[in-house]
Design a protein around this ligand. Sequence first.
Ligand code: UDP
Length: 496
Amino acid sequence: MALTEDKQVIHHVLLVAFAAQGHINPLLRLGKRLVSKGLHVTLACTGNIQERLLKQVATTNTEDESNNSSNNSKSHSISGIQLLFFSDGFDLDYDRKADLDHYFNTLEKVGPVNLSNMIIEHYYNNHKKLSCIVINPFVPWAADVAVQHRVPCALLWIQPCSIFAIYYRFFNKLNSFPTSENPDLSVELPGLPVLSTEDLPSFVLPSNPFNSLLKMISGLYQNMKKHKWVLANSFLELEKDVIHSMSELCPIRPVGPLVPTSLLCEDEESDVGVELWKPEDACSEWLNKQSASSVIYVSFGSITVLSAKQMEAIATALKNSNHPFLWVAKQPEVPTSDGAGQLPNGFIEETKDQGFIASWCPQTKVLAHPAIVCFITHCGWNSLSETIAAGVPVITFPQWSDQPTNAKLVTDVFKIGLKLRRNSEGIVSTEEVETCIEEIINGPKSEEYKKNVMELKAAATKAVASGGSSDMNIQWLVDEISNGNSCESEGFHFSK
Ligand code: UDP
């Protein structure tokens, strides 16, 4: 077992991430905080994004080191966190989104074997003490690998604690949820506003078409006892009621928001994160030329593709608003034949003096820019955490997964914005977008939204600062790990 000079055990933590930017970055940011508290941290994810990640490491992290390990292959690290890769069982050029069921089923079979071999090679063959494995929700099988190696496992939940609580109650059948027979049932849960069908996570609805994702989340909850600790990318002051409502069922400890440190008034140098798409830095220069609190920022994240009709309605509303706008119109990864995800013909030319269209932008820098007045967002939890940390009010346009509930939190719990309503065709009309833009910028509640989001920004900053609620939860985890809490033979229990 590895010892430091003063004969203390070196504790190693392995973070296991699903290979997506919104999954890797919160884990890296947690990892960075664990490193700052003296632990040795490695991030493992599937090799399909190895090339893209290592380019980032080389270009954005000048302090990173590359050295030769015992098997003569190069090892890479980012901000003091070593990076390792294992195979997901597919060739590098395989289209992983083409058949999600097949992809997740295969990953569930080959992932545990390959991860386990990686642990043996990297830790046991080098006599390193692996004291904790932290996983995120899309690799639930990694908890079985932790049990197999008798290493305590933590889950980092990367959506709000509210979503964790809803799924917990749904999968454990603690409350009634909509069914095919009763599809419009409203749900009342402790610590949350009453949730109608349109506010619930889409995976719990009878209409959910994504069976592999539902199966994976269900598997995670069935395996919950294998996680010794449940952490979340949130902060106590943001979701106090729902966090308390879980304390007797399955305690969840928020350690966030795990957003770039520069948003939380901390040293920019201490940030860590990767970008899987190259941001257009020119938008920062464009923003510098705009007046304070004037620009509408529009982005629907990395996955959402809006129909041509929806794109047109938003485009017309932005043009009519007479406000400058910055719109991230990310092109669909698989080209569409029906115009989905495309801007209307002539729109870029017509609005060239009013707007900036980007295919990907440095979102957190954009949100922190004084020119931004509001954010039209799909309500991905990373985007919402970032807008809260930046103090920017939002107009919500949720699509699927946790986003409908996140939008409800925005309007009814955080009170930092309003929601775009769909018409009977399922489209948000031009008039609706125009009304919401006017409301958020000049409406009777606009000052209140701004005040509330600024208060949450201050609370987030306090939570991650030394002695704050999230910092104390991280310190508690470090103490648990360092005190050598090992797993129990029948699986793990939750410490209160
Ligand atoms: N993002 C970015 N540039 C963009 C759009 C998004 O860097 O132009 C980042 C954003 O800051 C966030 C992530 O991509 O961290 C999106 O994650 P989120 O959970 O909001 O949505 P998802 O992409 O998972 O739907």
